[in-house]
Design a protein around this ligand. Structure first.
Ligand SMILES: Cc1cc2nc3c(=O)[nH]c(=O)nc-3n(C[C@H](O)[C@H](O)[C@H](O)COP(=O)(O)OP(=O)(O)OC[C@H]3O[C@@H](n4cnc5c(N)ncnc54)[C@H](O)[C@@H]3O)c2cc1C
Length: 360
């Protein structure tokens, strides 16, 4: 029976490509039929870039722009440092479309526009009817499938909007700017096409007290690190939004025979810019272990061993960044000891890019 992958995002496509290469051509099911925007800061870490290279994807050839430095802002205070690893920025619309096209060409069956409504060991229910497999991989990202629940996340809402703001775009060339504010944080960085990606997390109570996206945007523009966006033009008719992302989630071996990939297996705080790296790494790891005859539980235990420490460290750093004092300390530390950033980056990394590249 061919393996069945639910979700044609980063993790699902990484698994699809590597399974097909191993001769186990899977069936891939994706509920969207066309390329679309996804909520994501679109910061591709060195690990993500290395994993993509292993899958044959060259982000620079797709238009990705290099990111070489980070700025942290809290009110008027700011600090900047060179990134301790090469990074890129590429829209998910373009990246995911490339991965889906590569996967579709390799898998035994690709079902775009088919949604899975229920998953259990051995069988799934889809909008096109039931399907059976003894190897089901759950790669539905932020969205849970009935039968495979994750714990609810904190009362926070994520938003993403693109802006055309030429002067600010020039100023931010090669830079990811992270702006902390009371009740959340935002990332701003250039992506291909001369656009800026504003992606943020806001506490539910803050959003509800403001009452709407325009009011939240006004609130953000009062931040010195984001004020220049006021001269820009929003490019999406409305921002993309998501609530209650279960940051800190780590899936243990569940004993149900299901393979959990990407955000279904581990959710690292967004500011680390490593969620995509983990998703790709988990897909590749699942494919190689499945092809080698390992069980779902053995894979889940191996992935947990790799992700537990970085996810927990990132959660601790997030706890600090949620306090004013912690934010000021982070900015003072980044300004005074640029090496602190390298250390945090190393500690919250999941994979060694060299190892991933050589495994390709
Ligand atoms: C606000 C925010 C900012 C972020 N910024 C960054 C960043 O800058 N850098 C970074 O590395 N990470 C970032 N992340 C994390 C990153 O987006 C995720 O970790 C990554 O997308 C997970 O990949 P995935 O393959 O697990 O899921 P996804 O890429 O979300 O793919 C899941 C796929 O499954 C499909 N699907 C869902 N449900 C079903 C169903 N029932 N049936 C069929 N198909 C289904 C979806 O349509 C989708 O295509 C951010 C996350 C958030 C919330």
């Amino acid at each position: 029976m061919q393996p069945l992958i639910i979700g044609g995002g980063l993790a699902g496509c990484a698994a699809a490509i590597d399974l097909a290469r191993a001769g186990l051509r899977p069936c891939l099911i994706e509920r969207n039929s066309d390329p679309h925007d996804k909520i994501c800061g679109e910061f591709l870490s060195g690990e993500a870039v290395a994993a993509l290279a292993g899958l044959g994807v060259q982000p620079l050839a797709l238009g990705a722009v290099p990111i070489t430095r980070v700025e942290l802002w809290a009110g008027r205070r700011q600090a900047a440092a060179a990134l301790p690893f090469p990074a890129l920025s590429l829209s998910r619309r373009v990246l995911d479309a490339d991965l889906v096209a590569r996967s579709a060409a390799l898998v035994s069956e690709y079902h775009p526009g088919v949604a899975v409504s229920l998953a259990a060991a051995g069988e799934i229910r889809t909008s096109a009817g039931p399907l059976a497999s003894n190897r089901i991989l759950i790669a539905t990202g932020k969205h849970d499938v009935r039968g495979v629940p994750r714990p609810a996340g904190p009362d926070q809402i994520g938003f993403k909007q693109y802006f055309a703001a030429p002067a600010l775009h020039r100023q931010l060339a090669g830079t990811v700017r992270v702006v902390f504010f009371d009740g959340g944080y935002a990332g701003l960085q250039p992506v291909e096409g001369g656009r800026l990606n504003l992606c943020l997390l806001a506490d539910g109570p803050l959003y509800r007290s403001l009452g709407s996206w325009p009011a939240l945007l006004d609130h953000l523009l009062a931040q010195p690190g984001l004020a220049a966006l006021g001269d820009g033009q929003a490019l999406l008719a409305k921002p993309l939004a998501i609530s209650r992302v279960p940051y800190g989630h780590l899936a243990p071996p569940a004993g149900d025979g299901l393979w959990r990939l990407g955000d279904q297996a581990a959710v690292i705080p967004s500011f680390c810019g490593d969620g995509m790296g983990i998703a790709l790494e988990s897909g590749r790891m699942a494919a190689s272990m499945l092809a080698a005859g390992a069980s779902a539980d053995a894979y889940q235990a191996a992935l947990l061993a790799r992700t537990r420490r970085p996810v927990r460290l990132a959660m601790a750093a997030l706890g600090l960044a949620e306090t004013r004092l912690g934010r000021l300390a982070a900015i003072a530390g980044l300004g005074a000891i640029p090496g602190a950033l390298a250390l945090l980056a190393r500690m919250t990394r999941v994979a060694d890019p060299g190892r991933l590249a050589s495994a390709a």
